[in-house]
Design a protein around this ligand. Structure first.
Ligand SMILES: Nc1ncnc2c1ncn2[C@@H]1O[C@H](COP(=O)(O)OP(=O)(O)OP(=O)(O)O)[C@@H](O)[C@H]1O
Length: 369
């Protein structure tokens, strides 16, 4: 049951929930304006006065930001010991769903149409179950097709403890990373599987929407990076597109509030979404805007090819791939994909920040060519 009121806001309905908390449509009783209210779940004890003051300080910075492509944050407060954030209410879709609509327009799902390049949406998050045989959602054996789960909602971060449940300890697999410090977040709700054809990815209308949205994300990133800030958790569900096709970058500042400089929370969890994390973020190194550009590259790669550049059953395997292996050439996955956009995606997901585009402005230029 959602709370009836949060601070000066009357809760009207639940809009959705993610790893960091729940978002409500709410009415500001002072102004009668509707807002989106995100009630954060810190996973720990109630915030003490010091943490509350830090929250207020962090969000003072956010409230000062103003850009058409960055969601407007109005205020932050504490409700029953948990922080909340009041922000602009966006009537629209997350980027993932926005670019998915065109599939549904065109395509009648045919479960049997899974060829080697067919897409299958799963209710899975980033990783399959580690126990038991590798099975599809419908319980059938894996038929060797790509596990194109890029259009399933990403799980914000995975419960690493569950990957160690069998007593196996592979914590030495990666330098500087203790997987037991990773966050525990609930998997996303199941969604009806659809099976759009790979060719649908390249529909001109969809490509136009994709490119336009990416350009707007670049503008938002250029703005926040210009203010010396890093998003740290850029992913399709943190990008919303309203009914006028205007993009808003969301959840900006949350990762920073919830974690220390190395991206670790007070209770030892790694903040961010594994699939989109840059190598330097996985390693807990200091971050700059180029980590966000890496995440942007992963988003672009998966929206262009229908699958993420690195895909694995466990966080460890994913991290190993991100740190050590090259992603498959995008155009090998989508033969008729846009070569220019594919080049941009590949350059964004280079392992060394110095080898990537260096600024969001550079990415904007490259996307506009
Ligand atoms: N400002 C907003 N206006 C309208 N809807 C919103 C707004 N912010 C979030 N939502 C909706 O609430 C849903 C949940 O958002 P939330 O930020 O909690 O989850 P998430 O982004 O999927 O995960 P995470 O918190 O891990 O980043 C979003 O998918 C979106 O549909």
């Amino acid at each position: 049951m959602p709370p009836k009121a949060i601070g000066p806001y009357r809760v009207l309905e639940t809009l959705g929930s993610g790893g960091a908390g729940t978002v409500y449509r709410a009415l500001d009783r002072r102004s009668n304006d509707e807002v989106a209210l995100k009630l954060l779940s810190t996973g720990g004890p109630s915030l003490d006065d010091r943490a509350a003051r830090r929250l207020a300080r962090e969000f003072e910075t956010l409230a000062d930001l103003s850009h058409p492509n960055v969601v407007k944050v109005f205020e932050a407060g504490i409700h029953a010991g948990q922080p909340y954030l009041a922000m602009e209410l966006i009537e629209g879709l997350t980027l993932r769903h926005y670019l998915d609509v065109s599939f549904n327009d065109l395509h009648t799902p045919t479960p049997s149409s899974r060829g080697p390049f067919s897409l299958r949406r799963t209710a899975d998050d980033d990783f399959g179950s580690e126990d038991g045989p590798d099975e599809d959602d419908d319980g059938s054996e894996d038929d060797g097709t790509f596990d194109l789960n890029a259009f399933a909602e990403e799980a914000p971060s995975e419960d690493l403890a569950s990957f160690h449940g069998a007593g196996e300890d592979d914590s030495d697999g990666l330098p500087g990373v203790d997987p037991r410090r990773a966050g525990v977040r609930a998997p996303p709700p199941s969604r009806t599987p659809a099976t759009p054809k790979l060719a649908d990815l390249n529909r001109p209308e969809r490509m136009g929407k994709l490119k336009d949205a990416m350009l707007q994300v670049c503008e938002a990133l250029a703005y926040i990076h210009g203010h010396g800030l890093v998003h740290r958790d850029l992913k399709p569900s943190n990008i919303m597109v309203d009914d006028d096709r205007q993009v808003r970058l969301m959840d900006f500042g949350l990762a920073k509030f919830l974690a220390d400089d190395a991206g670790i929370t007070a209770d030892g969890k790694l903040v961010g979404t594994y699939r989109y994390m840059a190598p330097e973020q996985i390693l807990g190194e200091p971050l700059d805007g180029r980590a966000d550009l890496y995440s942007l590259g992963v988003i672009l790669y998966e929206l262009l090819s229908g699958r993420p550049p690195f895909d694995a059953k466990t966080p460890h395997e994913l991290w190993r791939q991100v740190l050590e292996t090259e992603p498959p050439p995008l155009l090998a996955l989508n033969l008729h994909g846009d070569p220019q956009l594919a080049r941009v995606a590949h350059r964004l997901i280079r392992k060394e920040p110095d080898d990537r585009f260096q600024t969001a402005e550079e990415v904007y230029e490259a996307l506009s060519e």
